[in-house]
Design a protein around this ligand. Structure first.
Ligand SMILES: Cc1cc(N2CCCCCC2)n2ncc(-c3ccc(F)cc3)c2n1
Length: 259
């Protein structure tokens, strides 16, 4: 028994050493400025264990902390996480109420660490529909971290890309019709009206749980993004898998439509 424990302990320390080595290797090549993640598979993770779905969401929230740390360590500039879509309101009321408490719990637990690590919290989505307790916690975090200059942790919260694009188009057309647009209408100008305005487009999109869809997520912004899929469910997603995704990204030759 003791020998088994010794072996397990050595394997653990080898794994940590190998991961640190892999992170050092990554830093010798191009680190993506912006990584976006569709954090899928939380309900299935719970169902596989005969647990309530909300336990999967709660477990998924803990993974957010680890991946944020690793992204910040690697010098990634923006990490966008798809936390709640406009379609998620259709879920059972108790599940939605639980989900709307997760930002409060996450920030209540981790905001001091995020501030310590110079992380800037942002959200992208229609905040008007969020419950008061959720909005209060998010706005507090945005205010407390607005001067931070490290990783931008951008939560897509009550976000839908088609809604975002329609709102941007309406705003740009209104400005244009009322004479506030002093330049030709362009893709660059339109991008400034999106909720992701000011952020670079994602270089790498990660989606967990084996789904091969973008699910109304950043449809405009993903035009030239590298996609990386894994069957692993979000609650089981690890730093090592995140590092693997970035390493695979580095090994792809992006052409932005060129030859
Ligand atoms: C709705 C929701 C769901 C949510 N899940 C955990 C991660 C897996 C995906 C679904 C469930 N997480 N995880 C973190 C947040 C969050 C959002 C905004 C913010 F400012 C701070 C934290 C969150 N929000």
């Amino acid at each position: 028994m003791f020998k088994k424990f010794q072996r397990w302990k050595k394997d653990q320390s080898d794994a940590v050493r190998n991961l640190s080595e892999k992170k050092r290797e990554l830093l010798k090549s191009e680190i993506p400025d912006h990584v976006a993640i569709i954090m899928d598979g939380n309900g299935r993770w719970a169902q596989k264990r005969a647990l309530p779905r909300i336990m999967g969401h709660h477990e998924g929230m803990k993974v957010v902390r680890h991946i944020t740390k690793t992204a910040n360590e690697l010098g990634i500039k923006v990490l966008t996480l798809y936390a709640f879509s406009t379609e998620n309101w259709k879920r059972p009321k108790p599940e939605v109420e639980f989900l709307m408490k997760l930002p409060v719990e996450f920030l209540g637990t981790f905001l001091p660490e995020l501030i310590e690590e110079n992380v800037q919290v942002r959200i992208m989505g229609d905040a008007t529909a969020l419950p008061p307790h959720t909005l209060k916690a998010v706005n507090q975090a945005i205010d407390d971290t607005k001067h931070n200059t490290g990783l931008i942790l951008n939560f897509a919260l009550n976000y839908g890309s088609r809604y975002e694009m329609m709102e941007a188009m309406k705003a740009m057309m209104k400005d244009h019709q009322e004479g506030r647009v002093k330049e030709p209408l362009s893709e660059e100008l339109f991008s400034t009206y999106l909720m992701s305005g000011g952020l670079p487009d994602p270089d790498l999109l990660i989606r967990t749980s084996g789904e091969l869809r973008v699910s109304n997520f950043m449809l405009w912004q993903l035009a030239y993004t590298e996609f990386w899929f894994t069957d692993v469910l979000w609650p089981d997603f690890t730093d090592a898998l995140f590092v693997q995704a970035v390493e695979d990204y580095q090994n792809r030759g992006r052409r932005f439509g060129g030859v």
